[in-house]
Design a protein around this ligand. Structure first.
Ligand SMILES: [Zn+2]
Ligand SMILES: [Zn+2]
Ligand SMILES: [Zn+2]
Length: 208
């Protein structure tokens, strides 16, 4: 069953938050998402490689083929899932604050604490397929270290650095949307799609 939802992992180091729609499928109440495999070139040994978008890992090594169920190695690990998250216009949001592991969003007549939320993003990015930006606690936390936003050289989706990648500037980036692992930024950097909204939304990492 497909449903409006946002999923994220506290431990993932790559993430895709700029999306064409907000639909996820799987056993969402329990954080178990169906795999969605995108072609992602080849492994070093020449075998075809796929990228599982919901679980943020490659598929196609021998162990994956031997499992025989088409699921990736990360499919059994539950993710955090926010069902039916609010979808807000960027103009309606004055501030977004990381608040006790959740997000506090404030604007004109608006003051909510939610696990995650989506911003309407049509026209915000060069890639016209992107209509929403899913804001999750790890993505907002990683913004503290970001100094720009680089697009994937293959699919054009803006790149999100999480975990260790968010604390160490680097030039070579792995796309969370398509798994392409050879996008090079012109200088070492930490990338975050939320970076482009800094002038329009006040982002904060501590309760104000
Ligand atoms: Zn998967
Ligand atoms: Zn990166
Ligand atoms: Zn990509």
């Amino acid at each position: 069953m497909q449903r409006e939802a946002i999923a994220w992992s506290a431990s993932a180091t790559t993430g895709a938050i700029a999306l064409a729609d907000g639909l996820l499928s799987g056993d969402l109440e329990n954080g178990l998402l169906d795999c969605r495999l995108n072609p992602a070139g080849k492994f070093r040994n020449g075998a075809a490689r796929w990228w599982c978008v919901p679980h943020q890992c490659y598929w196609g090594v021998k162990a994956d083929l031997m499992r025989g169920d088409g699921r990736c190695r990360a499919a059994a690990a539950p993710l955090r899932v926010a069902l039916d998250p609010p979808l807000l216009e960027v103009g309606a949001v004055a501030s977004l604050t990381l608040h006790q592991g959740a997000l506090r969003v404030q604007g004109d007549g608006l003051d909510l604490v939610v696990p995650a939320l989506a911003l309407a993003a049509a026209g915000l990015f060069d890639n016209p397929a992107i209509t929403r930006l899913n804001v999750t606690p790890p993505a907002l936390a990683a913004l503290a270290h970001a100094d720009g936003c680089v697009d994937c050289a293959r699919c054009g989706h803006p790149h999100l650095d999480l975990g260790a990648f968010a604390t160490r500037a680097h030039r070579r980036h792995t796309c969370g949307h398509c798994g392409h692992d050879s996008t090079h930024s012109s200088a070492a950097m930490v990338s975050n799609p939320l970076y482009i909204l800094r002038g329009r939304i006040a982002f904060a990492w501590r309760p104000v």
